[in-house]
Design a protein around this ligand. Structure first.
Ligand SMILES: Cc1cc2nc3c(=O)[nH]c(=O)nc-3n(C[C@H](O)[C@H](O)[C@H](O)COP(=O)(O)O)c2cc1C
Length: 373
């Protein structure tokens, strides 16, 4: 790779540097139920000792990042899935203060916060964390949440036009002394923001848009794009296309990651048995139908009524299943890494147990495969 084709000088950032070939981040540890729509025991309850414990376990296990979910109301059903959710800027500031090396993200629904305020909040957490902060930018997804703010859900692609200006402003606030911004959605005189973030030119930006407009936004603004992979045999072509677009259109190096949920047991039969328990016996199908209608129904790429999609959403927010023995899961990660994927988020029904098990069982196998240090 041409040395001039890099986004910045943030080579210390765990998700950008070359330390671990396959990056792994904990996803959704700040929201009730986490990523599994089930009444099975041990899911995320949402209290501070729990958040702190999980983040410290992840930090000690050498995982690369904590990525929270931004939710403002639950999806109903028996569990009211995701109803309790720590606000992600304040959560990240707290997590930053109790961890040493893991990267800490906030998830930011663009329409709900002004970019000048967000620039300063992000810079502040970047200082608290010693340069470990990152932002997950969401253009606007669940309409019922935006209504709570008195905001309209804009037509799909216009959300990304707003986000484009928003991201441009926050990046300029992180790097320029004082500037005027004269856009279609924002007209801001003499924008100024001090202190600058510790990272130059600023905290990492991730985006999880899946649509053409979302992917174009990621190519232009994000360091990391997160994609759903309903069919992992297509990984190579999808990842290559996203990276090529960022490089060819914007001269930017984009990392592409996906999502996984983990059920790891001594035998495949035990893993499948537990899957059956939390999905088929304890699954909250009403909540998942609401989630599908309220969120996935907004996506151009997904059919919110497809039974396989509903089950995947219930089992792990539509992520790639990692259900089996540690050897099988490590092998699946190797397959994805070989297809060009830079890493994944991870979720479990029980995060604390899952992270400890990761460190004990999975990490040595990933090290042996050359995926992790
Ligand atoms: C890893 C990941 C994390 C996401 N986090 C959130 C979130 O916390 N809150 C939210 O409203 N949407 C979240 N989204 C939704 C995306 O930002 C995006 O709106 C969705 O994938 C649809 O893509 P599209 O806007 O390109 O159609 C997330 C998606 C993924 C894959």
């Amino acid at each position: 790779m041409n040395a001039s084709v890099t986004n910045d000088g943030r080579q210390a950032a765990a998700l950008l540097n070359d330390d671990n070939r396959f990056k792994l981040a904990v996803f959704g540890a700040n929201v009730s139920g986490g990523c599994s729509v089930t009444s099975a025991e041990g899911t995320i309850a949402v209290n501070w000792p729990e958040s702190r414990h999980i983040a410290q376990l992840a930090d000690q296990a050498g995982l690369d990042a904590m990525i929270p979910v931004a939710r403002w109301r639950g999806f109903g059903g028996e569990t009211n899935f995701n109803d309790r959710c720590f606000e992600t800027f304040t959560w990240a500031a707290g997590i930053a203060a109790v961890t040493e090396r893991i990267q800490v993200f906030s998830t930011m629904q663009v329409p709900t916060v002004h970019p000048v305020r967000a620039a300063k909040e992000a810079a502040t957490i970047d200082h608290i964390s010693g340069g470990r902060f990152g932002l997950n930018l969401v253009a606007g997804w669940v309409e019922a949440e935006l209504r709570m703010f008195g905001l309209p859900q804009l037509p799909h692609d216009e959300r990304y036009a707003v986000s484009d200006e928003w991201a441009t402003i926050i990046k300029r606030a992180w790097t320029e002394d004082t500037f005027d911004f004269d856009g279609r959605y924002f007209k801001l005189p003499s924008v100024h923001s001090e202190p600058k973030p510790m990272q130059t030119p600023g905290p990492l930006i991730m985006s999880a848009g899946q649509s053409p407009a979302g992917s174009a936004f990621a190519a232009r603004h994000a360091d990391l794009q997160f994609i759903f992979l309903p069919d992992i045999s297509k990984t190579r072509e999808i990842v290559a296309a996203q990276k090529a677009r960022a490089l060819e259109q914007y001269g930017r190096k984009l990392k592409v990651m996906s999502l996984a949920y983990v059920v790891c047991r001594d035998t495949e039969a035990e893993a499948r048995e537990y899957y059956d328990y939390y999905v088929h016996q304890k699954g909250d199908w009403q909540a998942v139908r609401n989630l599908a209608a309220g969120a996935v129904g907004n996506m151009q790429s997904a059919d919110a009524t497809d039974p396989a999609m509903l089950e995947a959403l219930l089992a792990g927010y539509g992520a790639v299943p990692m259900v089996g023995t540690a050897d099988q899961i490590a092998e699946r990660m190797r397959y994805l890494a070989d297809a060009g994927l830079d890493g994944m988020t991870l979720s479990w029904v029980n995060y604390a147990e899952g992270i400890s098990q990761y460190q004990r069982e999975l990490l040595p196998r990933l090290q042996a495969l050359g995926l992790r240090h």
